[in-house]
Design a protein around this ligand. Structure first.
Ligand SMILES: CC(C)(COP(=O)(O)OP(=O)(O)OC[C@H]1O[C@@H](n2cnc3c(N)ncnc32)[C@H](O)[C@@H]1OP(=O)(O)O)[C@@H](O)C(=O)NCCC(=O)NCCS
Length: 231
């Protein structure tokens, strides 16, 4: 039996489900099937398996199955009172959910544990982040730290978007990876919406040929109030 991966890096209160293939037929609600009509079979399978994972994790929260459709910007429209996130990459699909009364904002990402393609790191990382990656690579060679930074930023973006409702560039987030499975992110977008999270705490894990990251919003009233222009 395959050991759970994403579960290892989630905070208390978060439910998860994952799949390592699309072999089990995953049924869709008519609204979801309509959305996937005409899409490539690979995307249909990926979407359906991710929905099956989402419904399994929602069931653990006591939420009945319902269509899970994308909202503006592609973020899933979770049922009221629920936060969550979905990821898929080759050989892996996962969904995580929690009660919004217990967990602020959630984002997960999965990537192959391989270096980023040439040229991508320059688009994703600041000079400071690149220097940190070099230090981490010296300390623990053999781990694709550049891909891990990318994944952490994707997880942060997925956690940020539902509260902010807008795009965030890679340069708008400074991510600090810890050598032993943690990270933090500070966002500094121009004019952030007052209710958007701008601090995130996360964890990462490498398991075999897979990297996974999970980010949770950290509510920092002094920062939120300052960005909203409060005295
Ligand atoms: C949206 C994005 C983060 C998805 O990441 P990805 O690695 O390409 O793909 P993943 O399989 O991991 O995730 C896809 C899932 O993300 C979710 N998603 C898509 N857009 C989203 C958004 N705006 N907010 C939250 N979740 C979103 C969806 O659930 C999607 O799966 P589904 O379409 O089957 O429901 C990525 O394509 C993107 O646009 N990145 C640029 C923005 C960014 O990361 N900025 C960094 C700021 S620090």
């Amino acid at each position: 039996m395959t050991r759970a991966v994403i579960e290892e890096i989630l905070p208390p209160g978060v439910r998860s489900a994952e799949a390592f293939d699309d072999l089990a037929p995953a049924p869709l609600f008519p609204e979801e099937a309509a959305l996937m009509a005409g899409r490539r079979p690979r995307r249909q399978r990926q979407f359906a398996t991710a929905r099956a994972c989402a419904r399994r994790s929602l069931a653990e929260l006591g939420v009945a199955p319902a269509p899970l459709l994308p909202g503006p910007g592609g973020a899933p429209l979770w049922p009221a009172g629920v936060v969550g996130s979905i990821t898929h990459c080759d050989g892996y699909r996962a969904a995580v959910v929690a009660r919004s009364a217990e967990v602020t904002a959630l984002g997960i990402d999965a990537e192959p544990a391989l270096p980023l393609p040439p040229g991508v790191l320059g688009l994703v990382a600041s000079d400071q982040e690149r220097e940190a990656l070099e230090r981490l690579s010296r300390r623990r060679p053999g781990l694709s730290w550049d891909r891990l930074l990318f994944s952490a930023k994707e997880a942060v973006y997925k956690a940020w978007f539902p509260s902010a409702g807008r795009w965030l560039g890679f340069a708008d987030a400074e991510v600090r990876l810890g050598p032993a499975g943690t990270f933090t992110a500070r966002l500094h977008p121009a004019d952030p919406p007052p209710r958007a999270y701008t601090r995130f705490a996360g964890r990462w894990l490498m398991r075999g040929d897979l990297l996974v990251t999970a980010a949770v919003g950290v509510w920092a009233p002094e920062i939120q109030e300052a960005s909203a222009g409060s005295p």
